[in-house]
Design a protein around this ligand. Structure first.
Ligand code: 13P
Length: 249
């Protein structure tokens, strides 16, 4: 399987800035040895999707609403996204859980919405620093996974990606260390195996950069990355891709 390298641009970039960054990345990293996925903001989504249409690069949304339609000012539904022919949608990012109070139950509903329109959910889970310090990491990750995939039939397994993003490692410059990643990914693998029979790719996210990408991608059960800060500049993003591919060749 190709390593998956996903760029979560969060609330950054105008349409033009998004398109320029794509141009720079394509110029520097034409390789199709990695599966590259871009997650622009809603406003840039259509332009980025049109630009990358028919290419090997994939595009996804950073969010989707859990209801089908209705009086939810400012929200976007799965069927609206499906018109754009998107490949992926991020669901349950810790920033959504933390700042927009998204619950495990809503995460579960969002996954169902995405699957119903054939968009692959990238389901984010991760513990806070307090949960880790109080020895609750395993409990939290297990609960998030079991709730997220409640009543989701196993034939959907090949549509699903999971991203382990410890909340304390996001945007801090301090990634989880080797043993923390190994332990969490092994647990996630095992839990997913008990829910689905198929192999589900597990991404790591949280302060991935050009210096740690090499070590992290080589760890057991790490199938790729979900990258925030380091995906905002073509230099750092392309350097990560290069380091990942060195390790995979
Ligand atoms: P950083 O790479 O900036 O830590 O962000 C990770 C993330 O939240 C990706 O979804």
């Amino acid at each position: 399987m190709k390593p998956i390298i996903a760029a979560n641009w969060k609330m950054n970039f105008t349409i033009d800035e998004s398109l320029n960054l794509i141009d720079e990345i394509i110029k520097k990293s034409p390789s199709n040895e990695a599966e590259l996925i871009f997650f622009p903001n809603y406003i840039s989504l259509r332009s980025v999707q049109q630009k990358l249409f028919d290419s090997a690069y994939k595009v996804g949304s950073q969010n989707v609403h859990h209801d089908e339609s209705g009086a939810f000012t400012g929200e976007v539904s799965a069927s609206m996204l499906s018109v754009l022919n998107l490949d992926y949608v991020i669901i349950g990012h810790s920033e959504r859980r933390q700042y927009f109070y998204e619950s495990d139950d809503q995460v579960n509903q969002k996954i169902k919405r995405a699957l119903s329109v054939n968009i692959k959910p990238v389901v984010c889970i991760g513990e806070t620093i307090d949960q880790r310090k109080s020895g609750k990491t395993i409990e939290v990750l297990t609960r998030q996974l079991n709730k997220a995939f409640e009543e989701i039939e196993s034939f959907n397994a090949n549509m699903i990606l999971v991203a382990y993003e410890p909340v304390w490692a996001i945007g801090t410059g301090v990634s989880a260390d080797k043993n923390q990643v190994l332990e969490a990914h092994a647990l996630i693998k095992q839990t997913l195996a008990s829910i689905f029979s198929e192999n589900i790719p597990i991404l790591y996210g949280g302060s991935v950069n050009a210096s740690n990408a090499f070590e992290l991608i080589n760890l057991n059960n790490v199938d790729g990355f979900l990258i925030g800060g380091a995906s905002l500049k073509s230099e750092s993003f392309c350097q990560i891709i290069e380091n990942v591919l060195v390790e995979n060749n």
